[in-house]
Design a protein around this ligand. Structure first.
Ligand SMILES: [Zn+2]
Ligand SMILES: [Zn+2]
Length: 348
């Protein structure tokens, strides 16, 4: 009997009788992280990392029943040993390791291999069965070192300031926003939209150290914003608020910005390919580090990526899930590239 199966409610462990990131309500939802496509409202009990708890309380409501674990801490549920290990995706994100009668399975949720300095760095976990995302599972997705991207953002902001423009960065409130705040320290003041400020407050209350930011309120004058960097979630990117700034330059921070067509997203002036997901080499290195005998590919370029794994001798299978519809997983444009000879060429 396999340790994990894929059901209409989500990833299920029959031996332990619990689900991982289910999309329908269940008794026990083991939760990898707080992005909306991985955690839904309505489960009896949630089990997650202690730093995912403030996210769930903030997003899903204060009356949730939540049990928390630290990384590496082990519990046993109906004879199945369960522990959480850093996924490096966003603050609190965890890979779920299950062990039963010598059989080990790891469900990674979303992950990134590069250490962003704020989400605990990804740790490979040896297992027999590994469940992987493939959001950026095409060879064209190969990230530049984050220092390079952050320097590009700083240079862009300096240029905007010289032209009396306000630098507005568009970034998801969970993950990308905290990463930008951390990576841009030294470029204060950093102004954040209230949805980001509220989440940051929840993290700080839970003991996370975040650099100082300024919550955007109506008292802040537009001239003031020009002296710093403004971070807003994508929902606001086209909004009246930015248009009212008159002299605003918007920069979108997302892995999708790696591809030229995506850079024309909405009215963005600049695109920065900063992603909280593993790139193509990252996915491959992470998978090989697990020594898994079987890989299930859940969301992203599932067909291409699982086909490639099979070609290089790692048995892999594509599975249909409901992940990848929201937040950083979801393409910002319809112009998602196909895996063709042309896209293949770009890798070196
Ligand atoms: Zn995610
Ligand atoms: Zn995801």
């Amino acid at each position: 009997m396999a340790l994990i199966t894929f059901t209409s409610k989500g990833i299920y462990c029959k031996q332990g009788d619990f689900y991982i990131d289910p999309w329908k309500p269940v008794k026990l939802a083991v939760t990898t992280h707080g992005h909306a496509d991985h955690v839904k409202w309505g489960n009896d009990v949630y089990l997650c990392h202690e730093l995912t708890k403030p996210v769930l309380l903030h997003r899903l409501g204060a009356d949730l029943k939540i049990q928390t674990l630290r990384y590496g801490e082990e519990i046993t549920i109906n004879g199945v040993k369960l522990s959480l290990h850093p996924a490096g995706h966003v603050i609190g994100s965890a890979q779920i390791r299950l062990e039963y009668k010598g059989e080990i399975a790891v469900v990674s949720g979303d992950y990134k291999v590069a250490d962003d300095g704020i989400s605990t760095a990804f740790e490979p976990v040896k297992c027999h069965t590994f469940v992987s995302e493939s959001t950026f599972g095409l060879p064209i997705y190969k990230w530049q070192p984050q220092e390079v991207i952050f320097q590009q953002i700083r240079d862009w902001a300096t240029q905007n300031q010289a032209q009396q423009k306000t630098s507005v960065l568009v970034a998801y409130s969970l993950g990308k926003a905290q990463r930008l705040i951390h990576g841009l320290s030294g470029n204060e003041p950093i102004y954040v939209h209230q949805s980001i400020a509220n989440l940051n407050d929840a993290f700080v209350a839970a003991g996370v150290k975040l650099p100082q930011t300024v919550r955007i309120t109506t008292d802040i004058r537009k001239e003031e914003l020009q002296q710093g960097i403004v971070i807003v979630p994508p929902a606001l990117a086209d909004g009246r608020w930015i248009k009212n700034l008159q002299q605003a330059a918007t920069g979108v921070c997302s892995g999708w910005m790696q591809v030229r067509a995506s850079r024309r997203w909405r009215s963005a002036d600049a695109g920065f390919a900063l992603s909280d997901h593993a790139d193509w080499p990252g996915l491959l290195s992470a998978i090989s580090a697990t020594s898994a005998e079987k890989v299930f590919v859940t969301h992203g370029f599932t067909a291409t990526f699982s086909k490639y794994l099979n070609e290089i001798g790692i048995p892999a299978e594509e599975v249909k899930t409901q992940y990848g519809q929201e937040e950083d997983d979801a393409p910002l444009t319809d112009q998602v590239p196909e895996y063709t000879e042309e896209t293949k060429e770009h890798t070196d």
